[in-house]
Design a protein around this ligand. Structure first.
Ligand code: NAD
Ligand code: UDP
Ligand code: UDP
Length: 332
């Protein structure tokens, strides 16, 4: 065991196979990350409490000898041996993170403390999946990493936004206090296969509604903007960030700067599917940000990373995924 560990550490330093922990690995982004890391030859330990994730997302990996799945809630301590930690555990869609807001904050805060404690004991590098939500409803556009944000600390989105802001604080304090090797990624809206059909996020909602010819629900007048990144591009950015030298901590924005209005997104999806859906305007949720677009100059410079998948190509793959679910009668 100790011998294995020494070998793994040697591998880590020389850029060979590593033992990598992915928390939230059964979720949308986590499952794609696990797949990418296993395919690159690493041993992956996936930890998840299946709050929004599922074993089904990991079907392709369950038989791999380099993959292990552990059911565990990261708000409780976790003792195991790894070289690197990607901390992704946390529900990301407003419906799910607002369903049990106290647990959402606990996952970001207690969960990060536990994963940072684990990283400290192991002297392992640790990455946080933070979010553009730390910018709140921004007055600066596009948002650079230097912008401190405008978050309502007592609104319904605060459990997620403030939870992630506190997680970032913890990461930087463990860096300052314990000299930990940390990486903080601020992820902007990402979409792709394995989003949950019922999680309320805009891309999955619109595609499912368009495929079933149900009305497309636009919150507000649809003039609010978002910038959508395809999952494969995002995963490349996360892996690149993890591989940078210790001196590069982030935070780094990862997202696609191609910005569009939500109404335009609805029209594009209706046209691509050839759907008969009509538009149904609904009230805008509280604290819904009016615009969001990443400034990715830092990611370009420090990671030599930029997204390469166009919205049209990414949506084509995502629509195909949901069409398959529909055919298998699994669109719930
Ligand atoms: P997701 O809900 O699909 O995945 C989250 C995973 O974490 C799920 O598998 C869930 O079961 C697990 N989880 C939740 N609480 C846990 C806990 N206490 N212990 C163990 N596991 C737990 O969401 P996602 O879209 O894959 O997001 C992954 C990460 O990326 C999140 O941290 C999210 O905040 C961040 N992020 C995502 C986006 C996006 O657009 N998808 C944008 C910004 C940030
Ligand atoms: N922790 C963990 N796994 C470990 C080491 C620590 O889950 O391998 C948890 C532990 O429960 C602790 C937290 O991480 O509450 C923070 O650990 P740290 O060493 O930073 O602080 P302390 O133990 O002094 O509270
Ligand atoms: N939205 C919408 N209809 C939907 C779901 C979402 O108009 O069926 C809007 C939502 O109000 C927001 C944008 O689409 O302005 C993105 O919502 P999502 O929940 O996907 O992400 P976030 O608000 O966290 O960026």
């Amino acid at each position: 065991m100790i011998h294995d560990k020494i070998l793994t550490n040697v591998g880590y330093r020389s850029g060979r196979a590593k033992q990598i922990l992915v928390t939230g690995g059964a979720g949308f982004l986590g499952s794609h990350l696990c797949e990418r890391l296993v395919n690159a030859g690493h041993e992956v330990l996936c930890v998840d409490n299946f709050y929004t994730g599922s074993k089904r997302n990991l079907t392709a990996l369950l038989d791999s000898s380099r993959f292990e799945l552990i059911r565990h809630d990261i708000t409780f301590p976790l003792y195991l041996e790894v070289d690197e930690i990607y901390n992704l555990a946390c529900p990301a869609s407003p419906i799910h993170y607002q369903y049990d807001p106290v647990q959402t904050t606990k996952t970001s805060v207690h969960g990060s403390i536990n994963m940072l404690g684990l990283a400290k004991r192991l002297k392992a590098r640790i990455l946080l999946a933070s979010t553009s939500e730390v910018y709140g409803d921004p007055e600066v556009h596009p948002q650079p990493e230097t912008y401190w944000g405008r978050v309502n600390p007592i609104g319904p989105r605060a459990c997620y936004d403030e939870g992630k802001r506190c997680a970032e604080t913890l990461f930087f304090d463990y860096r300052r206090q314990h000299n930990l090797s940390i990486k903080v990624a601020r992820i902007f809206n990402t979409y792709g296969p394995r989003m949950l059909p019922n999680d309320g996020r805009v891309v999955s909602n619109f595609i499912v509604q368009a495929l079933t010819n149900e009305p497309i629900t636009i919150y507000g007048d649809g003039s609010q903007t978002r910038s959508f990144c395809f999952v494969d591009d995002l995963i490349s950015g996360l892996v690149r960030l993890m591989e940078t030298p210790d001196s590069l901590t982030g935070p780094v924005n990862l997202g696609n700067p191609a910005e569009l209005e939500i109404l335009e997104l609805a029209q594009l999806i209706i046209d691509m599917i050839g759907s008969k859906s009509v538009i149904d305007f609904k009230p805008l949720p509280t604290d819904d940000p009016k615009q969001r677009q990443p400034d990715i100059a830092k990611a370009k410079e420090e990671l030599d990373w930029a997204p390469s998948v166009s919205l049209h190509d990414g949506l084509t793959k995502t629509i195909a995924y949901f069409e398959n679910l529909l055919m298998a009668d699994e669109l719930v």
